[in-house]
Unconditional design. Structure first.
Length: 297
């Protein structure tokens, strides 16, 4: 018989989120799920710590609160499959810093919820970073709010044949075209079967209740990785001055999560941006799942 154990919680930081601690030495699977749901809806991000979870427990726990798991088809990074489960993926493709972002906002269809699991923490550094994207909007200067309300973002990218086959997990260009059409992405197929992609989207979205503008997307890391990937939809440049203000705001409101073994992180991908600090050792092993909540959201 399943026990509905109460939640022992404290603020994750003075900026965002809640931490749920295992003071009663119970299984994470016995926590009161309705209490978890209510807290998640109000805070946007929960860190579960001290539950001695392994990857199987992580999978079972995330299954109990989620649905519509994605296999990251269309994603831009290489991710290793864990335990032969196409929806449990490693995020340690490379060691560079990744700026704050909403997951997969370079396409129309994004996961509403994210789960992270710490299989092995880094020796040092390599923190995951998060921030409240509603607070990010509030921190924007008035001129920046006007600018990003007036102009959309345009993402452009080029993929050779091997590259798009890995990204879309298929060798069939028809599948790629269908996927891109569903994601509002224009695709041009070249003679050598390489492709060019173009996708336009806002940087500011309404919150789920419609009352809180939210600055969220893939702009910050995309611009850092390659300045040519994204600019405004009218062709004008997103200048260094603009990006400097955005990066400064991000640092101002960032919360760092120094991982401990067995930690589980639950994120609202419509409200919370995430990223990571530079990885400096080979030990760090963090897994991710992309999905939707199985409860009204």
């Amino acid at each position: 018989m399943k026990i509905n154990t109460q939640l022992h919680r404290e603020p994750l930081s003075d900026k965002v989120g809640q931490k749920i601690l295992n003071l009663d030495k119970v299984s994470i699977l016995d926590l009161d799920q309705q209490a978890i749901i209510d807290l998640f809806k109000s805070s946007g991000v929960l860190l579960f710590r001290g539950f001695e979870a392994d990857v199987n427990t992580f999978t079972e726990f995330s299954n109990s609160l989620s649905t519509n798991f994605l296999d990251y088809s269309g994603g831009v990074f290489n991710r290793r499959v864990i335990n032969n489960n196409q929806t449990v993926l490693s995020v340690n493709d490379f060691k560079d810093e990744i700026k704050l972002h909403g997951e997969m906002y370079y396409q129309k269809i994004q996961p509403l919820m994210l789960w992270f699991f710490c299989a092995t923490p880094p020796v040092e550094k390599g923190e995951t970073i998060i921030c409240d994207a509603q607070q990010f909007f509030k921190e924007l200067s008035e001129s920046m709010k006007v600018l990003f309300n007036q102009k959309k973002l345009k993402y452009v990218s080029y993929w050779n044949k091997e590259g798009w086959q890995k990204r879309y997990k298929t060798t069939d260009l028809k599948v790629v075209k269908e996927t891109c059409a569903n994601n509002g992405t224009q695709v041009k197929v070249n003679e050598d079967e390489s492709i060019n992609l173009e996708y336009m989207c806002p940087a500011i979205y309404p919150s789920r209740d419609g009352n809180h503008p939210t600055f969220i997307g893939s702009l910050l890391p995309a611009k850092k990785i390659d300045p040519n990937i994204v600019n405004f939809d009218d062709g004008s440049e997103i200048t260094d001055d603009i990006m400097s203000e955005l990066y400064q705001i991000g640092e101002k409101i960032t919360t760092e999560i120094a991982w401990q073994k067995g930690d589980i992180l639950m994120i609202d991908n419509t409200r919370i941006m995430h990223g990571r600090r530079t990885i400096i050792d080979d030990q760090r092993d963090i897994y991710i799942r992309l999905c939707s909540p199985s409860f009204p959201f």
